[in-house]
Design a protein around this ligand. Structure first.
Ligand code: ZN
Length: 155
């Protein structure tokens, strides 16, 4: 996603939402983890079905069914546990990365505008003309928005 936004695209100033690298990384982790989890889940379900099949087949050893049941239940438990852990970790990752904010200020009339950080922003860069006096505006601050209100509830 980030690669699509070029710093030279001056006509694209009004793009509000940028995907942050951390959240896309989290999405990558989650999709990979989900694949593994669902594979494990599917395999353990197969094991359970096999176990039931073995139980209903009269000439089979009952201990085979027991092993298959054990594998199936372990698989289901493990994949559920990993799924919950991954969801927790992704939530924590998202909390840890508040958005980066750019402050744009007009030097002539003092008009101030706050927007999301865009690639290519730097302090004292001249950007779009002021909404009030049409003078060029300057970027005066770039910072990460920290939400102090959120208390740590975990651990
Ligand atoms: Zn102005």
């Amino acid at each position: 996603m980030l690669g699509l936004v070029t710093p030279l695209a001056s006509g694209n100033r009004k793009v509000k939402k940028m995907s942050e690298p951390s959240s896309s990384a989290a999405a990558k982790i989650s999709s990979f983890a989900l694949l593994v989890i669902f594979l494990t889940l599917a395999l353990s379900l197969v094991a359970l079905i096999l176990a039931i099949n073995v139980l209903y087949t009269p000439n089979q050893e009952p201990s085979v069914a027991g092993y298959l049941l054990l594998i199936g239940f372990l698989g289901v438990a493990l994949s559920t546990y990993v799924l919950l852990q991954t969801r927790k970790r992704i939530k924590r990752l998202r909390i840890k990365t508040p958005p980066v904010i750019t402050t744009v200020e007009c030097r002539k009339c003092g008009f101030k505008n706050i927007r999301d950080f865009q690639r290519g922003d730097y302090i004292f860069k001249e950007v779009e003309p002021c909404e009030k006096c049409k003078e060029n505006t300057l970027i005066t601050a770039i910072y990460r928005e920290v939400k102090e209100k959120r208390k740590k509830t975990r651990f």
